[in-house]
Design a protein around this ligand. Structure first.
Ligand code: ZN
Length: 260
């Protein structure tokens, strides 16, 4: 069986910060969120590669990206440091079929915003409050084997309004102790690619140690994984399948320059 090639990209900045906050983050993720997720999500059908922004090619050189089936993205304070050319290459590959799982503050990453076409803003509050998630699309593959509702004891609040396109399928809805609600798990399709956004994952809480969160991420990887990635996205002009009888009002006019 061919394994799913999964790359976990992390900006890897907060885990190396000095001081108390850095110490708290390192307690949960001593090797960085990307390496933690790589071992946390280890399963036989997955070939997982953790990478970070400070690596050659910002962690995603062509030879790696071109063999990636599913890309997980964790970013927060370094969105602006990601090269536009890299974002463009990732965008192209998603449209060709690569899966993309955007985590937590990745809602403001260049790649998510470019695929959504909206600002992706939301409301937020850092008060260590409880988050209760509800499965609102129990038939969706990303909800497989999850309880109807589960709690993450401490989380940064992400709240509505969340400026994402309305074509997203809401799989999880969250309620926060402070009263806010949020679409915390949303599934999109863009051309041949599937995209899943999942909001829990603030770096100062051990969210990526939670078994329900693990189940969500594994489901998301398997749901977004493509059967095939189209190598060539150029569709030639198709020949008509039936005889076109309508008179062409532009017959004899050269319009070739309009298609360049
Ligand atoms: Zn956060």
């Amino acid at each position: 069986m061919k394994k799913i090639s999964v790359v976990i990209w992390n900006e890897f900045v907060h885990e190396r910060e000095e001081g108390t906050v850095g110490d708290i983050i390192r307690r949960h993720y001593p090797e960085g969120i990307h390496r933690h997720l790589a071992s946390f999500l280890a399963e036989e059908d997955l070939e997982i590669t953790p990478v970070s922004l400070d690596m050659p090619g910002q962690g995603l050189p062509d030879e790696l990206l071109n063999g990636t089936d599913v890309l997980l993205w964790w970013g927060h304070c370094a969105h602006g440091a990601v090269d536009d050319a890299l974002v463009e290459r990732i965008h192209k590959r998603v449209l060709a079929g690569m899966g993309l799982v955007v985590l937590h503050s990745g809602h403001l990453s260049k790649i998510f915003r470019s695929l959504m076409g909206t600002a992706c803003r939301l409301r937020w509050r850092e008060a260590g409050e409880k988050e209760r998630l509800w499965v609102v699309s129990p038939g969706h593959p990303v909800a497989r084997d999850l309880p109807e509702t589960f709690v993450i004891p401490h989380q940064e609040m992400y709240g509505e309004p969340f400026d994402i396109p309305q074509d997203g399928k809401i799989v999880f809805m969250s309620w926060f102790e402070g009263g806010n609600i949020f679409r915390s798990g949303v599934a999109f399709e863009r051309d041949r690619g599937r995209i899943f956004y999942f909001s829990p994952g603030h770096e100062t809480y051990p969210v990526y140690h939670d078994p329900n969160v693990r189940r969500v991420l594994l489901n998301a990887i398997r749901w977004t994984a493509p059967d095939v990635i189209a190598a060539d996205r150029v569709t030639p002009m198709p020949k008509p399948l039936e005889k076109i009888c309508s008179a062409d009002p532009l017959a004899g006019v050269d319009t070739a320059h309009l298609h360049k």
